[in-house]
Design a protein around this ligand. Structure first.
Ligand code: SF4
Length: 427
């Protein structure tokens, strides 16, 4: 045994009753994931098959990306295209032919589905097969859905990674696959820690380029870095890889527990584990302690949005001294979120899904010191005097592992400090 976090004496939240809601929800769609995925996968192109709304979402979410050759685009289907599906398929093939002829740097092409009914009628899986035959082996064409009907914004990454798993080559090698798109600098920190523990056969999904080696098989174990990868988890298990359940690597404690689960699997001794982790643990604890001063004793309410809510609530409760009132998550998967629920002290209402008006009523009644929610809810709540944190920032900012633990606490403490200062000025 190298390390195990101390569970709360009250039994934690794993068996707490879950409030399940299936009403109207307020979240971005899965197309949003393309913004961070295209940065991570250097030779991938994301061709959204969608409407003008999809094109506008991508343009505004990506901000100023049109300085170089972009690596995503929208093939816009007009209503008239409904009449001739065959024509729409031919047009899609022609668009892809033109794109790949002009851009030999593209090695992976994702056809990304969306919500308009015209798109739903197009069989993008068949199109991907057809286009792989036409353009393989130099280009691999896959498809996934980013539709707002089916996905919240982080599920776009899940759908993308899950689409890659069935086509990975088979291997019998004993190896660790770390799953989830991390900024390169954070991924390098993580690989450095694993290498220090003596674990060197480590692959990442997604890889940075299509040429990077990645295969999967019965001797593969995998660890997730993001709590929104339920479909990818299932796809890897179908390939007979084995999941290493662990809390997610947010904060000092989450990172240590995540590393410890891997260390236990690979038989790393306690001395080596301590030698590698003691110094960064101390640094992370000091950084969190400083950044979380404004959070101690404050209450927090999570609307379901990023799918990171349960592990973040665990971090805020145990390392930053906050009191979660409600922890809402779009969906809860015991294999993924159970270890964090074990560590989250009992008390908060755990909720799954959303009925936004009812949940807003609960938030207004509770008057939390901080509400973590999507952009669409933040402004009205701020106008009502509640302090908010945009959930989407947590996905766009590097927050994993020891060196980012202080920054993670800082993301939550900044709005609380700002509200304190504004309150003082108004007094
Ligand atoms: Fe809107 Fe759907 Fe397109 Fe997303 S996929 S931008 S929700 S139309």
């Amino acid at each position: 045994m190298t390390y195990a976090p101390t569970p709360p004496t009250d039994g934690g939240c794993r068996t707490a009753p879950v409030l399940k809601e299936r009403g109207q929800r307020e979240v971005f769609c899965g197309l949003t994931g393309i913004i961070w995925l295209h940065r991570k996968m250097q030779d991938a192109f994301f061709l959204v098959v969608g409407s003008r709304t999809c094109a506008h979402l991508l343009q505004s979410a990506a901000g100023v990306m049109i300085f170089a050759e972009p690596r995503f685009a929208t093939a816009i289907l007009e209503e008239g295209d409904l009449a001739g599906l065959k024509d729409a398929q031919d047009e899609l093939d022609a668009q892809v032919d033109r794109l790949l002829a002009r851009r030999p740097d593209i090695k992976q092409l994702f056809l990304v589905g969306s919500c308009p009914s015209e798109v739903i009628k197009l069989d993008l899986a068949k199109a991907a097969e057809r286009l792989t035959l036409a353009h393989g082996p130099s280009v691999r064409v896959l498809n996934f859905s980013g539709s707002g009907i089916e996905t919240t914004f982080t599920e776009g990454e899940d759908a993308c990674l899950a689409s890659m798993v069935p086509v990975l080559p088979e291997t019998d090698a004993r190896q660790l696959v770390v799953v989830g798109a991390l900024p390169d600098v954070v991924e390098d920190q993580m690989l450095g820690l694993l290498s220090g523990l003596g674990i060197d056969t480590v692959r990442c999904l997604p890889t940075r380029t299509a040429a990077d080696e990645l295969s999967v098989g019965p001797n593969t174990v995998f660890a997730l870095t993001q709590p929104f990868l339920g479909e990818t988890h299932a796809a890897l298990e179908r390939r007979h890889a084995r999941h290493l359940p662990a809390p997610f690597p947010y904060g000092e404690e989450g990172t240590t527990a995540w590393l410890a689960a891997i260390a236990a699997e690979f038989g790393v001794d306690a001395e080596t584990f301590a030698a590698v982790t003691d110094a960064p643990r101390a640094r992370a604890r000091a950084a969190v302690s400083q950044a979380s001063e404004a959070l101690r004793g404050k209450s927090v309410f999570f609307m379901p949005d990023s799918q990171m809510e349960i592990p973040l609530a665990r971090f805020l409760a145990r390392e930053c001294g906050m009191q979660p009132i409600e922890v809402g998550q779009p969906y809860i998967h015991d294999a993924l979120h159970g270890p964090d629920l074990d560590l989250l002290p009992a008390g908060p209402q755990i909720s799954e899904g959303q009925d936004v008006d009812k949940q807003l009523d609960r938030a207004r009644a509770a008057r939390p010191d901080l509400t973590v929610c999507g952009l669409g809810l933040a402004n009205p709540l701020e106008a009502e005097g509640l302090t908010t944190k945009w959930a989407i920032e947590l996905v766009f900012t590097p927050v994993h592992f020891y060196e980012q633990a202080g920054d993670l606490a800082g993301l939550f403490s900044r709005p609380v400090r700002r509200r304190n200062i504004l309150g003082l000025e108004a007094a």
